[in-house]
Design a protein. Structure first.
Length: 295
């Protein structure tokens, strides 16, 4: 019996499909460490891990897999994630970069899905633009803690962004005002509050959105999603702006700018009709969506 026998409902060929998938994780801190761990358990075979930082003691409250010894040794966060992945799948293909994602964009072009747990609004905006350019589904995760009159409020969001669907700007997660404020505060905003359990919930939600893209378990898979987390109420609900944006074209990322010149749709269609399993499983699954965009 396969080690993945208990998740056969994800598709009869899911073990093979998942082994062929390549997923990029940008940021291996709070949310990214959970994502790497879960995707390893699911059987994803290929990872591109990007994070320039080494672990510090103030990361230990939320970085899954990190230890005090790692803090003493100054272990890179990508090395911790790799160790967690290999603990489950010793033969996983793991490409690690101790750099900013902008410096390793070539390696990200071949990912089937990219998941970002970036703090900076400008960074999120640029990563989404890059993913759209190369037709890679992008999932964005963000978490915030706000102080109110009577205490603290924990919130967050998980957004699925595919070319042609509403983007982070459409959903007001990225705005020019936020980018400018961030630039003004650069260096003196101080560390943002972060805790492990909302990160875990947001990361798990992102993994669920990834799996509805790459496997047939979900009866109504979505091409765009905006889920808001209320950590005080303990709820995850679709944002009101999601509904308002459905059916509206994104004015921020032109479809004319989308597409890798080296990417040949006809070859993909041939491979798809031949029934072969490719690392492009996501694009096969959303074939009608790709054809509507470019066909
Ligand atoms: Zn947009």
């Amino acid at each position: 019996m396969s080690w993945l026998a208990r998740q056969k409902f994800l598709g009869d060929d899911s073990e093979k499909v998942f082994k062929g998938l390549k997923i990029g994780i940008i940021g291996l801190g709070g949310a990214g460490s959970h994502i790497a761990q879960q995707l390893a358990h699911i059987g994803i075979g290929n990872f591109v891990l990007v994070d320039p930082q080494t672990i510090e003691d103030t990361n230990l409250n939320r970085l899954v897999g990190g230890t005090w010894k790692d803090v003493e040794d100054g272990t890179p966060k990508v090395d911790i994630a790799e160790r967690v992945i290999r603990g489950v799948q010793p033969d996983a293909k793991v490409t690690k970069h101790r750099k900013r994602w902008q410096e390793v964009a070539d390696d990200l072009k071949s990912c089937d899905v990219t998941i970002g747990g970036l703090d900076q609004v400008r960074d999120k905006d640029e990563l989404e633009g890059f993913c759209r350019r190369f037709m890679i589904p992008y999932i964005d995760i963000g978490m915030d803690v706000h102080k109110g009159d009577k205490g603290y409020f924990i919130g967050g969001q998980v957004i699925l962004s595919l070319p042609g669907t509403p983007c982070l700007r459409c959903y007001n997660v990225v705005t020019q005002a936020k980018i400018e404020e961030e630039a003004r505060n650069y260096g003196d905003a101080g560390p943002k509050p972060q805790v492990v359990w909302p990160n875990g919930i947001l990361a798990s939600t992102a993994v669920g959105l990834t799996l509805q893209l790459v496997s047939p378990w979900h009866p109504n898979p979505v091409e765009s999603e905006y889920l808001q987390y209320d950590g005080n109420a303990g709820t995850m609900a679709r944002s009101a702006i999601w509904k308002a944006m459905q059916g509206r074209a994104c004015p921020h990322h032109s479809l004319q700018e989308t597409g890798d010149p080296s990417f040949d749709l006809r070859k993909m269609r041939d491979a798809s009709s031949a029934g072969s399993i490719s690392s492009r499983a996501v694009r096969f699954r959303f074939w009608s969506w790709f054809m509507a965009l470019f066909g």
